[in-house]
Design a protein around this ligand. Sequence first.
Ligand code: SF4
Length: 383
Amino acid sequence: MSENINNTTINWSNGHNHPKGKFGNTGIHVMNNNINSSVLKLLDKAEREHDLSIDEIVTLLKVKGDNFTMLCQRADRVRAKYHGKEVHLRGIIEFSNYCHRNCKYCGLRRDNQDLKRYQLTPQEIIEMALEAADLGYKTVVLQSGEDGYDADKIAQIIKEIKEKAGIAITLCVGERDYEEYKLWKESGADRYLLKHEVADPELYHELHPEMVFAERIKRLEWLKELGYQVGSGNITGLPGQDEVIIARDIKLFQELDLDMVGIGPFIPHQNTPLKDRPAGTVEMTLKTVAVTRLLLPLAHIPATTALGTVDPEGRQKALKAGANVVMPNVTATKYRPLYEIYPAKICIGEEAKDCRQCIGGIIASLGRVVSTDYGHSLKHGFR
Ligand code: SF4
């Protein structure tokens, strides 16, 4: 049973010295202390135990108003405790927009005949990575559609970037064979991102024709076994998704013991079957980020570009709701408009050095600092 506690002062006194009614320097204030006592209990439990049931997560995903603000504050407090003020930058190189898949929400899907396709050469990819390293990036993310880019070439690219720049490398190239993942790990790749997208096998299959949820999970297990730092994630606001499915997404993040979790809103693309469906909301995306932070305190969680696309302040809001990573685009500007998973993506016209400056300014404005560290997983074995 729940009750409202009206006009009370929030008690911050569980081992942290924060001023009443204000959380650190996040800029989030509770204006009207109208906090639901059952929500408060759940937040206490989540912050203490980093675990909740599906039903409890659903309750948090449904909070509104001051309860929503409080959820973000608690997540921000956990972020501060485990990750401090540092924000890690990962420079993304989108090296190919070819894809043989047909995911219903994605502008790179093979049936989108209106998209001009491109694939960068190994030399172009390496040059972009070296430029990112010169700008101070400690990680590059090599990302593409599922284009079947030659595995040996990818291995060579990894080796050369490692030799010349010594930065961390994250791969995000979709579902491949075990032997290919193994080859790239042995070549020096550090991390792999493979979003599971939606933790409901039927809805997953509906949204990803010809693809099977179990195959996705099997690959995430392989990647862990091979020693990668592993990231996954979901999309909030997908047609057919509800709070229970998002709660299952978050439980899956926990079960997989992820090192990184990416959470972004669904944005309809005009050349896909979902073009007329409403976009995911900023609020639900932030709630998902915040609950994920509470339950996975060590995970690296990006303030996604998709969130910055649906709301100009979206990335700042995520950084104040548990996120500790930003992933600026370092691909040459002539290719960026062509990597259109969703439309109106931000920052497609800015040079890599301008993006770096802009992001640095955003991070400083929040009282945070750009990390000079590699930003490896905080878990034992990767530090
Ligand atoms: S989501 Fe990924 S796999 Fe699916 S169509 Fe887009 S690029 Fe291809």
